[in-house]
Design a protein around this ligand. Sequence first.
Ligand SMILES: C[S@@+](CC[C@H](N)C(=O)[O-])C[C@H]1O[C@@H](n2cnc3c(N)ncnc32)[C@H](O)[C@@H]1O
Length: 242
Amino acid sequence: MVAAGPQITKAFESCHMAAVLIECQAAAMSEDKISTNEAIDAALHLDGDPQNVKQFYADWATQYNQDVNAAEYSGPVIAAKLLNQHLDEKEVRILDAGCGTGLVGLELKAMDYSHIDGFDLSPEMAELATASGAYQQVTGNIDMMCAAEDFPQREYDALLSIGVFTLGHLPPQALEVLVQLVRHNGLLVISTRSHYFAQTGYQQCVDTLLGSGQLSQLQVIWDAPYNHDGDAHYWVFKKLLG
Ligand SMILES: C[S@@+](CC[C@H](N)C(=O)[O-])C[C@H]1O[C@@H](n2cnc3c(N)ncnc32)[C@H](O)[C@@H]1O
C-alpha cells in the first residue's frame, strides 16, 4: 500500500470538490471548432461532468476506433514507445488509466508486455478494451478523480493515461490521484493535448508534485504528433515518495 503524503491526501479529499469541476468545465466551454471530425470535436466540448462524459462515450464507443484512426491518432503508439524506452524488462505490471477501447494496450502487447490492466469511466469503452485481448483485467465505471477510492491500489510499476487529459474530460488534479496507483520508483506516462495544457492548470499540478518531492520529471516531449488536428505534450515521471 502506498502511503499518502500531504498532497496526495489533498487530492483524495478533493475528489468531488466543486472547484475541480468548475475548472474542468471552464476549460471545456470554448465555442470554437477544435476538430474537423464531428465526434472528436464534440468530445472536446464536453463539460467535464462524469455523467455527461460517460453518456457521450456510451454513444461513441463502437465508432471510436474508426474516427480516431481517420484522424491519424498517434497518441497510443508514441506513449507505448516512450514507456518502452524507460523500462528495462517486460514483466512489469502496467495500468492504462482511461483505457478507452484498448488502443494503448494493443501497442504495449505488440511490444510483448503482457501484465496490463485498464480502467475507464465508460463501461462500453471498457468492454471493447476487454475484447481487444490486450489486458488481464479491465474495469469500467471508474472515475479517475475517485480511482484511489474505487480502484484497489495495486502498486503498478508503470501507468499510462493517454488522450484523457484533454479538453472537456477531466481536470489536471487527476494526476495527483494517478500518482497513488503507482509503486515507489514506478513510472507515469501522460499525454496532454496542447490546448489542454494551455488552458488548464496542468503545469501548476506538475510543479506541486515535483516541488513536494512526490515525482521527478524524466522527460517531456513538447508539441509532438497527436492527431491531424494538432499536437500534444508527452510526459514521463518517476514516483519518488510512497
Ligand atoms: C479520447 S479517449 C482515450 C482512450 C484511450 N486512452 C486511447 O488513447 O484511445 C478518452 C477516454 O477517457 C475516458 N474518461 C474520460 N473521463 C474520465 C474519467 N474521469 N475517469 C476515467 N476515464 C475517463 C473516456 O471514457 C474515454 O474512454
